[in-house]
Design a binder for this molecule. Structure first.
Ligand code: FPP
Length: 229
């Protein structure tokens, strides 16, 4: 007896947005232009979420290792974050998008922390979530969650998961990385345990809602076993 056909929908998609620098280099532009175009790609993707089953999109915007980049580039990325929150907050509110920040974001510059706190409060009731990883590292997240679980007297898979930044989000279904690199780079290490993965050659600034749709179609055709058979 065959199992009934069931179309799989991805509720939670995460993206490692890679290739901004190479996009700019290919066009003989400064790196910052690649990041700027990358923000535009983020904006279009968030706009397209309402046409997809995706309830949560988690984006790797700044890792805890990205501080090693030249100071100018770190400044550019932080300024882009400031601008993005300022310009797109009204649209998030209008489109029912809940902003969530994961990572050690409270140690960013105080004006950014204030902007983010304001944005979090104003979008708190949105029905779809845009989770942005800022100053995020997956190993640190697991270590902190395990420490909290230990302090509460019970270290189990369940208690660690309950203390991750993502505890209130659906399980991660699909992880996408752009630009042809095939690694996790310390992103959502715990959450990726049973996620499907798609690695695409497309550079992040060129990634469109159609590319997301294509990834969701690929996901729908994948057989997920979660260790069973
Ligand atoms: C990787 O490209 C990208 C980043 C390190 C930053 C991603 C940031 C953005 C898309 C903009 C900010 C995001 C938001 C949500 C406002 P790379 O510079 O490592 O590219 P390369 O590997 O080609 O050099």
């Amino acid at each position: 007896m065959s199992k009934p056909e069931k179309t799989q929908e991805a509720r939670h998609v995460a993206i490692i947005m890679d290739g901004n620098g190479r996009w700019a280099k290919r066009k003989h532009l400064p790196r910052v232009m690649g990041h700027r175009k990358g923000v535009e790609a983020v904006r279009e993707l968030v706009r397209s979420l309402k046409d997809t089953p995706v309830e949560c999109l988690t984006l790797y915007a700044f890792s805890s290792e990205n501080w090693k980049r030249p100071e100018d580039e770190v400044d550019d990325l932080m300024n882009l974050m400031r601008k993005f929150i300022k310009s797109d907050l009204p649209e998030f509110i209008a489109n029912d998008v809940r902003l969530k920040i994961i990572g050690d974001w409270q140690s960013l510059a105080s004006d950014i922390v204030e902007m983010l706190e304001d944005a979090l409060a104003k979008t708190a009731h949105g029905s779809r979530t845009l989770a942005v990883a800022l100053n995020y590292g997956g190993q640190a997240e697991i270590a902190q969650a395990a420490a909290k679980a230990a302090a509460a007297g019970e270290v189990t898979e369940r208690s660690i998961a309950a203390n991750l930044y993502t505890a209130d989000l659906p399980p991660l279904d699909l992880l996408i990385r752009t630009s042809g690199e095939v690694r996790l780079s310390n992103f959502l290490l715990w959450q990726a345990a049973y996620a499907e993965m798609i690695f695409t050659e497309v550079l992040w600034p060129d990634f469109t809602p159609e590319h997301l749709q294509d990834a969701l179609d690929q996901f729908a055709g994948r057989e997920r076993r979660f260790g069973g058979r």
